[in-house]
Design a protein around this ligand. Structure first.
Ligand SMILES: Cc1cc2nc3c(=O)[nH]c(=O)nc-3n(C[C@H](O)[C@H](O)[C@H](O)COP(=O)(O)OP(=O)(O)OC[C@H]3O[C@@H](n4cnc5c(N)ncnc54)[C@H](O)[C@@H]3O)c2cc1C
Length: 589
């Protein structure tokens, strides 16, 4: 691992695990151009003017209100930012759609309804539809004239999506598929006109269909009484010999899983973007409250305990944002590269997002846990008022909980992160065993006590490299030891996933800081350096704990002792006064 080379712009998915990264090649939010920032500003303005004044009425599901707001957003172009112009979209790059997802992220039920409509409600047809299907459905979805939804989950099939029982049988005249079964938890279900519905042809071939409201045999059930997102429509859908024309088969018969899985990648990344946008807003809400609430003639924002919370919220937001845009830009670049090679738009988007599917799963976990943390501490900063529906933070708390369940639960995303790494390693797409063996050898040899590199960022760069050794040590040994049994050792896989997640986040923050320091100088980057150091300091503990817990679960004797020593060695960080650093960050808020 010592001899790694710096990457080119075309970093492979998960390449950061075993390759040192060049900060100058990493995209950071500060790289955004004026036009991108203007588009974000337009989204912010839309929320401020059109959505925030109506939040209460939206939550009461005032008839037609959310629908009309979505139409207004569509008129402003917000439903088709990255949809090709031929379908009425703005034809902007993937990065624009991620920036928009962030900027619209704080809009509660409005955000989720629009994100579902323009994501799962539109993209399956755009990516997998025939030209005729695209021409028929996409323009009206982009203009907001029709609304989109997606039905995969069933009462007896959630995370195990392939076990759906909704069936599709070809009619005797060969003109229709007759769908029978039930979907549940369909977002936008009560208002949508066009649905991507998954069913099994002849009981076994997992297939997607475009179903229109009003098709014979289609009906919907009552609205769910949800903990949060009370403004979104979430209903079950029923199919009773529902007649779907054969032209409405989406993609190939038996290949529906390609659609279900591929649509998830960008969905997960955009959910993270939306969570970052929400978290920024709720931090702002909490800061405002902390400055206005006085106790003992002092604003609570001056109390160290509150400053700690605000500083930590800001740090985590900044770190996840760093990882988000690093990944979004990689997908964006890959897509452009494939388009330049002549691949059609949908192929380029799908291949690019598949390449970074590991990063997308990591971001889904990171974004949803970030917003969970921010709203929880936000309520705490508000005291009893945080528990009062009259205060914005209470709605934020309720609405954000679902993020850890949607787009694959966080348990599933952790498991697929590691599963994808192992599978890519087996296919030779990632070198896992090489670094794992190198780490084992290094542990047997005498540690290098050579003079420490005192240059700026040298300690942090070294720490990231050491963290990577820790995860290779654990993952490599776990694979060797448990072989095929590893799949049933989910607790160990979750520990490995958490180690990888922390490394990706910490490295993203560090690379952003180094790039900024190159541009602004060390003094101009003091705040970013504080945030990076705080995060890395805590990440070291988290990586160490996860590493130890995993090792203790499968190793024993000398091997266990040796590996535990390795974890200790690889997670050592320079002592750092995180209290003062968080105070400085809170002061800056
Ligand atoms: C507000 C809302 C909106 C939704 N919108 C849509 C929509 O538009 N379209 C749609 O199709 N669905 C939608 N869903 C459904 C959502 O996608 C599912 O809830 C989600 O996939 C989880 O499935 P489940 O609820 O059946 O949980 P389960 O799969 O039963 O999971 C329960 C628990 O077990 C864990 N678990 C499950 N399997 C495993 C495993 N193999 N290993 C380890 N742990 C496991 C999970 O992580 C979770 O903690 C929505 C749900 C809600 C609440």
């Amino acid at each position: 691992m010592e001899q790694v080379t710096l990457t080119s712009t075309a970093m492979k998915g998960a390449g950061w695990l075993n390759t040192a990264q060049d900060p100058t090649q990493v995209f950071i939010p500060e790289d955004c151009i004026q036009e991108e920032l203007m588009m974000m500003n337009m989204c912010h303005q839309f929320l401020e003017k059109e959505v925030f004044p109506l939040l209460e009425r939206i939550d009461q599901q005032e008839p037609e209100l959310l629908k009309s707001l979505m139409e207004k957003a569509a008129e402003a172009g917000l439903m088709g930012i990255s949809i090709p112009e031929q379908y009425g979209g703005l034809g902007k790059s993937f990065l624009y759609s991620v920036l928009a997802a962030e900027a619209l992220g704080a809009g509660h039920s409005f955000s989720v309804a629009t994100a579902t409509h323009s994501g799962m409600g539109t993209l399956p047809i755009l990516y997998f539809g025939t030209e005729a299907q695209q021409n028929k459905y996409i323009p009206s979805l982009v203009s907001g004239e029709s609304k989109g939804a997606y039905g995969l989950t069933e009462p007896n099939s959630g995370s195990d999506t392939m076990r759906i029982t909704t069936s599709a049988i070809l009619s005797s005249d060969g003109k229709h598929y007759l769908l029978n079964g039930q979907k549940c938890w369909v977002t936008n279900g009560g208002m949508a006109d066009v649905f991507t519905i998954f069913a099994k042809v002849d009981g076994s071939q997992f297939t997607a269909f475009i179903v229109e409201r009003g098709m014979e045999g289609f009906s919907q059930g009552p609205e769910e009484h949800k903990m949060g997102l009370r403004g979104t429509s979430t209903v079950p859908l029923y199919f009773q010999d529902c007649k779907v024309p054969i032209e409405n088969v989406l993609g190939e018969i038996g290949k529906g899983h390609h659609i279900a899985l591929n649509i998830l990648n960008t969905g997960r990344l955009k959910l993270c973007a939306s969570n970052v946008g929400g978290a920024k807003k709720y931090l702002e809400t909490s800061v405002k409250y902390a400055r206005s609430r006085e106790l003992l003639k002092t604003p609570i924002a001056d109390f160290g305990a509150i400053r700690h919370k605000l500083g930590e919220m800001a740090t985590r937001i900044w770190v996840v944002e760093s990882a988000l845009y690093r990944s979004a830009s990689l997908i964006d670049e890959k897509e452009k590269e494939l388009l330049a090679k002549g691949h059609p738009f949908h192929e380029a988007q799908l291949a690019a997002s598949e390449e970074y599917a590991i990063e997308c799963a990591i971001l889904k976990v990171a974004g949803s846990e970030l917003i969970g943390y921010v709203v929880d501490e936000g309520v705490q900063v508000h005291g009893a008022n945080g528990y009062n529906e009259a205060f914005h933070i209470a709605r934020a708390y309720r609405d954000s909980r679902i993020n850890r369940i949607l787009e694959g639960t966080n348990e599933i995303n952790r498991l697929v992160t590691v599963d994808m790494v192992f599978k890519r390693a087996m296919k030779g797409r990632i070198d896992m065993m090489g670094p794992a063996i190198a780490v084992q050898k290094e542990l047997m040899s005498i540690p290098d006590f050579g003079a420490a590199d005192e240059s700026l960022f040298a300690a942090e760069l070294k720490a990231i490299q050491q963290f990577k050794k820790a995860v290779f040590l654990v993952a490599g040994a776990a694979v060797q030891k448990l072989m095929m049994k590893i799949e049933s050792e989910q607790e160990i896989l979750m520990h490995i996933a958490d180690m990888a997640i922390e490394i990706f986040l910490a490295e993203s923050a560090l690379l952003r800081t180094i790039k900024l320091a190159n541009l602004r100088g060390e003094e101009g980057t003091a705040r970013e350096l504080d945030m990076t150091r705080i995060y890395m300091y805590d990440a070291a503990d988290s990586i160490a704990k996860n590493g130890r817990d995993a090792i203790n679960a499968f190793a024993s004797g000398d091997e266990q002792r040796m590996m535990l020593l390795g974890i200790k060695r690889f997670t050592k960080v320079t002592p750092f006064n995180t209290k003062d650093a968080r105070r400085r960050i809170a002061d800056g808020l």
